[in-house]
Design a protein around this ligand. Structure first.
Ligand SMILES: [Fe+2]
Ligand SMILES: [Fe+2]
Length: 254
């Protein structure tokens, strides 16, 4: 059943880390967009790490410019990102991507290898430049209807915040009713007391939308939550949270 629209609330669909890789069928992302078509959210937010950009994680020096232009692994990463961006665009809904550290791999690669500037342009090669999707650079945030979205909250040193105490400080300090982020691939939604006015703020860590595999998981937790999150957002207080697991997403909207 589609959500009832009211003047008092907005509906946001949050799509967490997808980590699209070359050869990816992206069925889970199509299912998320079919759900979006059913519910017609006021805004779709993809929280970053939409593409994995595995080929850009190498620290090897590239060869000649011709080698760079012919690097099939790099172009395969751009190709799957472009397809993922196309999926997000399919129903023309207002959409924002808060870019993740995996998208940022391309910029870091170009910074380290300035000759690549001629060959690669993240926004153009990913199809974002010509899309209607708004992007927020990695490490920055955006506030939509009073909710702060970022790939991962950063401390003053520009490092991702990992501790619960750090997340609490960031959330209570934010000029927003809630903080929504991805990156850890876990699901968590603690509420924190705003003591001054006896209200609550939540920090919603939205899980991920891909099947992990051993090579990637390296040091990260394996038991993360997969699915998407619908937020009903009010003018005051934390949003209502409805999670839709990847199992349900694929069985009902796949
Ligand atoms: Fe991620
Ligand atoms: Fe990340």
């Amino acid at each position: 059943m589609a959500y009832k629209k009211t003047n008092q609330s907005k509906l946001h669909l949050v799509i967490p880390d997808v980590h699209a890789e070359p050869g990816d069928d992206l069925d889970r992302l199509s299912a998320a967009m079919n759900l979006a078509c059913d519910h017609q959210p006021d805004h779709v937010i993809q929280i970053g790490d939409l593409g994995d950009f595995g080929a850009f994680s190498t620290h090897e020096e590239p060869g000649s410019l011709t080698d760079i232009e012919a690097n099939e692994d790099h172009w395969a990463d751009f190709e799957v990102m472009e397809r993922a961006v196309g999926e997000l665009e399919i129903y023309g809904l207002p959409t924002t991507i808060t870019l993740g550290n995996h998208e940022d791999r391309v910029n870091r690669y170009i910074d380290k290898n300035p000759r690549c500037k001629k060959a690669y342009n993240f926004m153009a090669n990913s199809g974002l430049k010509d899309s209607h999707i708004k992007t927020v650079p990695y490490g920055r945030h955006t506030i939509i209807d009073g909710i702060l979205y970022t790939h991962v909250p950063m401390n003053k040193m520009g490092r991702p915040i990992g501790s619960v105490a750090g997340i609490k400080r960031f959330t209570l300090g934010a000029k927003a009713n809630a903080v929504v982020y991805g990156h850890t691939h876990k699901f968590d939604a603690p509420h924190f007391d705003v003591e001054a006015d006896h209200s609550l703020k939540s920090a919603i860590n939205v899980g991920c939308l891909f099947e992990g595999h051993g090579a990637y998981m390296n040091k990260a937790a394996v038991c993360y939550w997969r699915g998407v999150t619908l937020l009903r957002v009010y003018k005051k207080g934390p949003p209502d949270i409805e999670t839709i697991s990847m199992n349900r997403l694929l069985s009902e909207w796949g």
